[in-house]
Design a protein around this ligand. Structure first.
Ligand code: ADP
Length: 194
């Protein structure tokens, strides 16, 4: 099995690249952002709880996010591995993920961090906002808050896996295909766990 964390600031292209990687490596893509949007679209209790944070560009509380992620992973015992996108976003989430995978003798094999500078991100997200229908993509103040939250709460996750020899930086500028090839080169060097 191979379990990957696709990492990087909002708008760095994680979702786009995940779609290509899933195709090539037959992994299951889990995006916590997509899961929250699904719940919000269906007006579930979880969705309504998440919305209070998402519309401000804040993180949804760990216990809510971790519970949702665990359910999704446990629904797919047949998966050949996972691509986690938008998760873990805090060190507490990283610890919870490691514990969850350890229950089935699995581990995170690598964290691949897409590197894109702040101004490029703001432009990409505003551009995406024209068609994404996401309120959090249409307001520059909210976008900048998401970037600040990323720097403050999420970059420590890079260091957490770096200390375990698992983090790698990948240049996130260029064409979709160029970035995809950089990611594949990193993945092809990994040793799968059982
Ligand atoms: P992006 O990467 O473009 O910011 P996502 O779709 O991954 O967008 O996430 C959208 C929002 O959902 C985040 O700004 C945050 O409020 C919430 N969210 C997603 N994943 C998590 C998570 N792992 N922990 C807490 N909140 C999350």
């Amino acid at each position: 099995m191979i379990n990957l964390i696709l990492f990087g600031p909002p708008g760095s292209g994680k979702g786009t690249q995940a779609a290509y990687l899933v195709d090539k490596y037959q992994l299951l893509h889990i995006s916590t952002g997509d899961l929250f949007r699904y719940e919000m679209g269906n007006n579930t209790r979880l969705g309504m709880e998440a919305k209070r944070y998402i519309e401000k560009g804040e993180l949804v509380p760990d216990e809510v996010t971790i519970g949702m992620l665990r359910n999704k992973v446990e629904m797919h015992p047949e998966a050949a591995g996972f691509i986690f996108d938008g998760f873990p976003r805090t060190v507490a989430q990283a610890e919870a993920l490691d514990a969850l995978l350890a229950e089935s003798d699995q581990e995170v094999n690598a964290l691949l961090a897409l590197e894109v500078d702040d101004e490029e991100i703001v432009q990409r997200i505003l551009n995406r906002g024209k068609t994404s229908g996401r309120d959090d993509d249409n307001d520059e103040t909210i976008i900048r808050n998401r970037i600040d939250v990323y720097k403050r709460e999420t970059t420590p996750v890079f260091d957490y896996y770096d200390e375990r020899g698992k983090s790698q930086k990948v240049d996130g500028l260029g064409t979709i295909k160029e970035i995809f090839e950089r990611l594949c080169a990193a993945i092809d060097k990994l040793q799968p766990s059982r």
